[in-house]
Design a binder for this molecule. Structure first.
Ligand code: ADP
Ligand code: MG
Length: 694
């Protein structure tokens, strides 16, 4: 099949297939569940399950799986076949409503942060009818939520779904109050732009650091990096292009709206952006996209790296979470319209986001914290670790004028005159882009730019939804008894902008002046995961999630423990990998090479020939080798001492402040030896070979 329109969604049990295959009444009941969140009875589920199974079997499926998103950060699946004995030694293919609705994977091996004792191993997966089932590799995939036997949430999808409900409920109340009585539902939408690296499989196979940790732990910079800006938007290489075409086709079959693809800043770095959809589907699709990116790479003899910082010295990879809110009538609530100065509804929603981001800036920082992202935030390529908002010139001026109580007239979108007759003139966007801001208004949506490339976007989105829902609820309370809604609104908007002005920053987020200024404004600047995570369970944050019914305090504490534990484990794996590489390959290679140099020096001396070059190199490398071996011992000791810590926060801090520092010191020496050691002796492919090897 070559026609993209026909290909699109071919492996998805989508609306059209439901309509074709379900009796009218069943279809209607299911639609109600999907659109209004009404619960589904077992009779309906039985019919749906049977239709799904028939469709899946016709398309070659033998198995089904409940697909879920546990706290590991990757998706999980357990496959069951459809076969059922019919009593005479043969089987029929069967799938019941009960099996569709509920699964019982053994939960004991998934992280639970101590909420669930191992003897209570039972966990449940529950069908999420709002995200369509799909087929991959002869299996019917059913998106599900995951909780423990006793009801504790063990996944990332459940809080996201709850937060979407909550935000909808609060936004609808407020819109109804403002006179929009027809609005029954509000949906948050997300379009995540995904960055990734693509390298040759053969190079990858020779790098234990990439294999075990997803990033290079050693590696001297190549003579060329990204300084020429020649990769960004550059012409796409044939091999990469073949990969991208294949990837698009696979994603389209799964109903993912893959839209944009281009080369990114670093050599070997690329990006894919889909068209936005609901937060829930966008999350499932982004998880799928990351998986399909990796699988498709295998077919092309390539490896897709989703780590936030695979290579030192060139940009790492992030993810831009474009986020907005719209009504069931399709009105985007963050669309300023032609006259934002007269659009109180827009101003109110904007004020809610501004207030939320200011009051919960720590949560936004925490939600993007990870061992990988620690390498990016605050370095000069990604937004800083300080959360602030960019509103652009026009909107920024409007907010200032509201605070100052001055009149404001927005500029009409200017016409861009190209000055060349054959080129059409066009309307300019109202605001330029500020690439340095972590949270930027971009026309009719916010772009949260601090996410790491491998992050599951469920977390940032449920935090964002919940904090905005909380502010909307406060606004509703403040306005609901007003006799003069118009003036109460204006007062509330003005007060809100005035109180939260400090979070708005339209300048260069990379500058040192901003760091100093942000400190004066009292904004938080948490530089690493342990520093950030410490504030996750602060009272105001616990209050936010418990009050809004998103997660309980026990669940939050569990999440806190899991994040810290995972951070330490990851750093431990990195340290052990480094030690392994240092002891088994790097030191032996340099010993061999210096041995050869020493032999040559002796030989040349005996012949009375100058051995100047060999001696210089021998001296330099021997010194570095000695320091390298000593640093290896220090790192070894540091890893062993980690056994002294039992508290997860203390342990994570120890890894960050001690083990990680030792790792950096060891790397520096290793990289410096690489620059002087013959390529014939160096045990690993170089940065140049990897980054320019495709
Ligand atoms: P850029 O790279 O310039 O930031 P792109 O066009 O590549 O912009 O990506 C913008 C992303 O924002 C796309 O995924 C797009 O679908 C998404 N987007 C556009 N409108 C909305 C919206 N209302 N809600 C959520 N996401 C949106
Ligand atoms: Mg972007």
């Amino acid at each position: 099949m070559t026609n993209t329109a026909e290909l699109f969604g071919i492996n998805v049990f989508n609306e059209r297939k439901m309509q074709e295959r379900l009796p009218k009444a069943t279809y209607k009941a299911l639609k109600k569940t999907i659109e209004n969140g009404e619960s589904l009875d077992l009779g309906v589920a039985n019919v749906v399950a049977n239709a799904m199974k028939d469709w899946a079997v016709e398309n070659g499926c033998t198995h089904y799986t409940h697909w879920f998103q546990p706290m590991t950060g990757v998706t999980a699946e357990k496959h069951d076949s459809f076969i059922s004995p019919n009593g005479d030694g043969e089987v029929i293919m069967e799938f019941s409503g009960k099996e569709l609705i509920k699964g019982e994977p053994d939960a004991s091996s998934f992280p639970s942060g101590g909420i669930r004792a191992t003897f209570e191993a039972r966990g449940y997966t529950t069908w999420d009818p709002t995200s369509p089932a799909f087929i991959r590799e002869k299996t019917l995939y059913i998106p599900t939520a995951f909780c423990s036997y006793t009801g504790e949430v063990l996944d990332k999808k459940t809080p996201l779904l709850r937060s979407m409900e909550k935000l909808s409920c609060e936004a609808v109340k407020l819109l109804n109050l403002l006179g929009k009585k027809d609005v029954k539902r509000v949906t948050t939408t997300v379009g995540p732009e995904q960055e990734y690296f693509l390298i040759d499989k053969e190079m990858y196979d020779n790098r234990p650091d990439l294999i075990y940790t997803g990033r290079t732990l050693f590696g001297a910079m190549a003579p060329k990096g990204q300084e020429l800006d020649d990769h960004y938007f550059g012409s796409i290489k044939t091999r990469v292009s073949a990969y991208m075409n294949d990837l698009d086709a696979e994603l389209w079959k799964l109903g993912v709206y893959a839209k944009t693809k281009h080369n990114e800043v670093a050599p070997s770095q690329h990006e894919l952006a889909p068209i936005f959809t609901t937060s829930n589907i966008a999350t499932d699709h982004n998880e799928l996209t990351m998986e399909i990116m990796k699988k498709t790479a295998e077919k092309h003899g390539l490896v897709c790296l989703l780590h936030e910082k695979p290579f030192a010295g060139v940009n790492g990879s992030g993810k831009h979470n474009n986020w907005s809110i719209s009504t069931d009538a399709g009105e985007n609530l963050l669309n300023p319209g032609k006259r934002p100065e007269d659009n109180l509804q827009f101003q109110l929603f904007l004020a809610a986001v501004v207030k939320a981001v200011d009051e919960y800036q720590d949560l936004l920082r925490i939600t993007v914290a990870s061992a990988g992202n620690d390498h990016r935030l605050g370095a000069n390529e990604a937004p800083p670790a300080i959360i602030s908002m960019y509103l652009g010139d026009d909107l920024g001026a409007l907010v200032e004028s509201i605070i100052e109580g001055k009149d404001y007239r927005s500029h009409k979108a200017a016409k861009m005159e190209t000055g060349v007759d054959v080129l059409p003139d066009f309307k300019k966007d109202n605001s330029d882009r500020n690439r340095t801001s972590p949270f930027a208004f971009t026309g009719n949506k916010f772009e949260f730019r601090a996410l790491g490339s491998s992050l599951n976007i469920a977390c940032p989105n449920y935090m964002l939804n919940t904090m905005v829902a909380e502010e909307l609820s406060g606004f509703y309370e403040a306005l609901k008894d007003s006799d003069d809604l118009d003036s109460s609104l204006k007062v509330l908007i003005r007060e809100t902008f005035t109180q939260h002005r400090r979070i708005i920053f339209n300048g260069d987020n990379y500058s040192d002046e901003w760091v100093a200024e942000a400190e004066k404004r009292g904004l938080c600047n948490y530089k690493s995961l342990p520093e950030a995570m410490e504030h996750y369970v602060d009272k105001k944050n616990v209050d936010l999630f418990t009050k809004n019914g998103i997660v309980t305090e026990a669940e939050m504490r569990a999440r806190y423990e899991i994040e810290l534990e995972q951070y330490s484990k990851l750093l431990n794996i990195e340290a052990l990998t480094m030690l392994d590489m240092a002891k088994k390959n790097i030191a032996p290679a340099v010993i061999d090479f210096t041995g050869e140099l020493a032999g040559n020096v002796q030989l040349k001396n005996s012949l009375g020939v100058s051995a100047y070059a060999e001696k210089q190199l021998l001296e330099s490398l021997s010194q570095k080798l000695e320091s390298f071996v000593r640093k290896t011992e220090e790192l070894d000791a540091a890893v062993r001492e980690s056994g002294n810590y039992s508290d997860n926060l203390e342990l994570a801090k120890y890894y960050r402040n001690t083990v990680f520092e030792r790792m950096n010191e060891l790397r520096e020496l290793g990289d410096s030896m690489e620059k002087e050691t013959s390529a014939d002796y160096w045990p690993y492919p170089s940065y140049g070979e990897i980054l320019f090897g495709v």
